[in-house]
Design a protein around this ligand. Sequence first.
Ligand SMILES: [Zn+2]
Length: 416
Amino acid sequence: MLLIKNGRVLDPASKTDAPRDILLDGEHIAEIAPTGKIQHGDNAQTFDAAGLIVAPGFIDMHCHLREPGQENSETIETGSHAAARGGFTAICCMPNTKPVNDNASITRFIVDRAKAFGHVRVWPIGAASIGSKGENISEIAAMRDAGIVAVSDDGKPIATAKLARQIMDYCRTLDLPVIEHAEDVSLAAGAVMREGIASTRLGLPGMPAAAESVCVARDVQVAELTGGRLHIAQVRFAKQNGLRVTCEVTPHHFTLIDEDVTYDSRYKMNPPLAAREDREALLEGLADGTVDAIATDHAPHEPAIKDVEFDKAPFGILGFETAVGLALEQLVHTGRIPLMRMVELFTTGPARVLGKDRRLAVGEPADLTIFSLDRPWTYQVRESASKSRNSPFDAHAFKGGPVATVVAGKIAYQHL
Ligand SMILES: [Zn+2]
């Protein structure tokens, strides 16, 4: 048993914001009571959360763990360790491994490796099409039985509207969300950053903002046609029509803009960093409830392939260990959103997208994220648990961040 005492408990599901002690008995929450009032915690190991926030376990619904196939960049063990350090108790890994997670045997491999070596819960996402090639629908039902929580051809969009229709139709019957990497490949071809003044100044090929919105428009129409659950980025207009469309935002997109891009490949990600006005729109969406989740898109690449010329480097940056610090810095400390809303974006928000529950109540899974609002710390990428080092936030000084991550009643990571 583990007793988390003296903390300020924040639970978006019940709108609780109060001093509470929480007793965890193995896999489940056994008791929640006002400070000092727990009945059965006599023999429990205790964790003193005085001065800290105790929240339901954070979920990252979009990451890349690179196993199987690219273990020089990351493994399920190292990636989930980095996730635990970042305060995440559950992470959803995209299927663009080698081989692609497009069938139940790969899904089972990931689930088994996660059980054996994972520091946090790992919920795989299956490929929408075979090999994510955009031609034929993958074995979605078999993968669902093996443990996937969603499907996606992440890294690229679902190739055609016809295939998107087939996949959304099929996933509707299985009640699985379809996660779309919104990009029109013809408009994005050859581009390495967002098209605009910054790309012109750097002389780098850019993709217009329309490369994203054209694809979103297509998918929203298909979602309307099929009634399927579509999860995508930046879809304010669709949500107003009452469709089952959800979206996520990454910490780097609400923190950085295209003007921050230099020839340093650590600033190369997809979707690329956008214009100042677009960042402002993301911040508004995070504040007004349009955005459902903060997701890291943790995308490790070993130095040998990432530390090359900007136009030759692969897209993506590390995300797990800086996400909570950036959310506090950019969203909460600036007064943009209340703390409860931030917790929602890491908990009930992504849970709802995935068709799961996330709340603090007796009998619920004993997953907690414990964080500080003011602890000063500096992110040193050389100390990261990830195998890769591709972060533009190296040496960044933060105010507040994760302190302890509790998974299935055990402390998965604790910052001392
Ligand atoms: Zn991704």
